[in-house]
Design a protein around this ligand. Structure first.
Ligand code: HEM
Length: 564
């Protein structure tokens, strides 16, 4: 013990001057580098530090009391770029659509690095996958673009069917005039969204598997438990603890195993069917889910094996479940908080269903006339499908699109989309963001920019009707899904699913009322925090009158919002 102590002391004696030397050399270098940097930016504007309120040691309390008022005051006092202390961090806030675009388009600003800095999530991600561990990988963008976004319309029938069934199972219907209390809307909606995502990611057989559905729900929850404990305020010791957990007690390994065990026999079955089809010389009806695409193109995509594929599916689940669920909860509670928006949405969907039924009947008539078809049962033109929600309806539902876009505009967190600087960057305003500093977007200044019209602090559901682009399109003044190269690759699917959800909800229920109106406000911004405490009363529509509403709503193709 004493020997060890002596060695340590001696080593320390030597170490002190050496390390002091290293430190001072490093310091000198840093000074030189900084001096160089400063001369490089002769016209540099200093970033103003927002002064602290008397008695406060950071800006947390002042911001939390009224984020809009705080940010507006900062903008007015300091201009578009200013520095605050929040969540134990120094944040450089940038305001306005132009600077927001600059941050998102500049390759030296990284959202992923910022999330890593807050949570240490990379260790987790790397522990469930075997391929694509490079930090700038774009594999999920490629997968979603090629496997989902460009094929969305082909998924619509399956999504509608699955959502309809799970909504009836989970939300149910009210009897007579009395509304039904949906006690746990979050749990109900979790099941609806999980079923839909499982269908798209892994196909209909696997989407029936209750263990898989639990994994879709729970892996997000398990991940959230780890991530949330860090995002409230950055805490290095918690991050290190989390990193250790990723390695040794990673709940995600169990979830990946559930997917693997469910997928293995189905993959084998599909291979057999494909072989059989080839032997018989018939075309194999290839499933169109993500799993199949990943297997078919495993070489091109660079996946190692089925376990690796399941790991990447876990990452897609994490990116899609939480976000879509949160937006879905918003949908339900915005319909409850702004009840006057429900009827116009219903009328729009009914008018579109009428137009669709008419169009289909005309096609049937044409076939009858030409003698090309006489019976339509079990065909694409089966009359029983005339009033199904289809791509025809989803694409033309401009009120639904506007409702969703306004919801996304209105609900945003006021400070979002953090980006870490990988190098020094001078902004167009002359402010320099140094390597390692974190910028964050003042969403108030973006989503309440005058480009969006009047009453910017109000929820106006028809604000975007007749205005392109649609709810899934990112722009410098609408950054719900980010912007630039890394814009959310799942946004088309998310908006598509949410449109179907709105269409199904408004045709199923005539009213939605929050059980606890006091908590309703919280549900509009942060539903997952408030949800477990707030039920929802739902009144089913009288189906006898279905399809006949006194609507002056007219359908025009020109109204359909463009996404790309
Ligand atoms: C309402 C729902 C959603 C919202 C609000 C949302 C929002 C976002 C945002 C803000 C980003 C970061 C963009 C940036 O870096 O600038 C992102 C990234 C991403 N999103 Fe979404 N998203 C949603 C749904 C989905 C869905 C359904 C999927 C998958 C099917 C998905 C997959 C991803 C992926 C893979 C990334 C990239 C993460 C990375 O950098 O590796 N998202 N999303």
């Amino acid at each position: 013990m004493s020997t060890l102590g002596a060695v340590s002391a001696n080593t320390l004696k030597l170490a002190i001057p050496i390390s002091a030397g290293v430190i001072s050399l490093a310091y000198l270098c840093a000074q030189l580098f900084n001096n160089n940097t400063r001369t490089e930016y002769e016209s540099e504007e200093m970033i103003p530090k927002v002064s602290l309120r008397e008695g406060d040691s950071n800006h947390d309390a002042e911001y939390n009391e009224d984020p809009d008022a705080f940010l507006l005051l900062c903008e007015q006092t300091y201009g578009p770029v200013f520095q605050i202390q929040r969540l134990k961090q120094t944040l450089i806030v940038v305001s306005g659509p132009l600077l927001t675009r600059e941050i998102h388009m500049h390759e030296d600003f990284s959202f992923r690095d910022a999330v890593e800095h807050m949570t240490g999530y990379r260790a987790f991600i790397h522990s469930v996958i075997k391929s694509h561990k490079d930090i700038d990988t774009m594999i999920h963008f490629q997968l979603l673009r090629e496997g989902v976004s460009t094929k969305l319309s082909s998924f619509t029938p399956e999504i509608v069917q699955r959502m309809t069934v799970t909504m009836e199972q989970q939300f149910g219907s009210s009897e007579g005039e009395e509304p039904k209390l949906i006690e746990w809307p979050l749990v109900a909606l979790q099941n609806v969204i999980a079923g839909t995502m499982a269908q798209i990611f892994m196909g209909s057989e696997i989407a029936e598997n209750s263990q898989v559905l639990q994994t879709f729900i729970n892996c997000t929850h398990d991940f959230g438990k780890i991530i949330n404990q860090n995002t409230e305020s950055r805490d290095t010791s918690k991050i290190l603890q989390t990193k250790a957990q990723y390695g040794y007690f990673n709940a995600m390994h169990k979830h990946r195993q559930v997917l693997f065990e469910a997928a293995e026999p189905i993959v084998e079955q599909r291979r057999q069917q494909e072989r059989l089809a080839a032997e018989q010389g018939v075309e194999y009806a290839r499933p169109q889910d993500m799993l199949q695409r990943m297997l078919d193109n495993a070489g091109e995509y660079g996946f190692v094996d089925l376990e690796d594929i399941c790991g990447h599916l876990i990452l897609l689940i994490l990116a899609s479940m939480h976000t879509t669920l949160e937006a879905g909860m918003n949908v339900l509670f915005y319909l409850a908080a702004f009840p006057e928006s429900l009827q116009p949405l219903y009328e729009e969907i009914e008018a579109l269903l009428d137009a669709q039924a008419k169009d289909r009947e005309e096609q049937r008539q044409s076939h009858r006339k030409k003698g090309t078809m006489s019976s339509f049962e079990s065909t694409d033109l089966d009359p029983s499908l005339d009033r199904e929600i289809t791509e025809f309806v989803v694409k033309r539902a401009v009120n639904v699109d506007s409702f969703l876009k306004e919801m996304f505009r209105y609900r945003v967190e006021r400070l979002a989309s953090p980006h870490l600087a990988r190098n020094d960057v001078m902004l167009s305003t002359g402010h320099v963001i140094r390597k390692g500093e974190k910028v964050i977007v003042n969403m108030r200044s973006v989503h309440q920019d005058k480009v969006h019209g009047d009453d910017l602090t109000e929820f106006r559901p028809w604000r975007f009707v007749g205005k392109n682009p649609g709810a899934a399109k990112a722009s410098k003044d609408y950054i719900t899904f980010g912007l630039g190269k890394y814009t959310c690759p799942g946004r088309f699917l998310a908006v598509h699913d949410l449109k179907i959800l709105v269409a199904l909800v408004v045709t199923k229920y005539s009213t939605l009322v929050s059980q606890d109106k006091q908590r309703q406000l919280g549900m509009l911004t942060s539903p997952l925090t408030y949800t477990s405490l707030t039920g929802l009363y739902a009144t089913s529509r009288n189906k006898k009158g279905s399809g006949k509403v006194s609507s002056s709503f007219s359908v025009t193709l020109a109204d359909a919002p463009r996404e790309e």
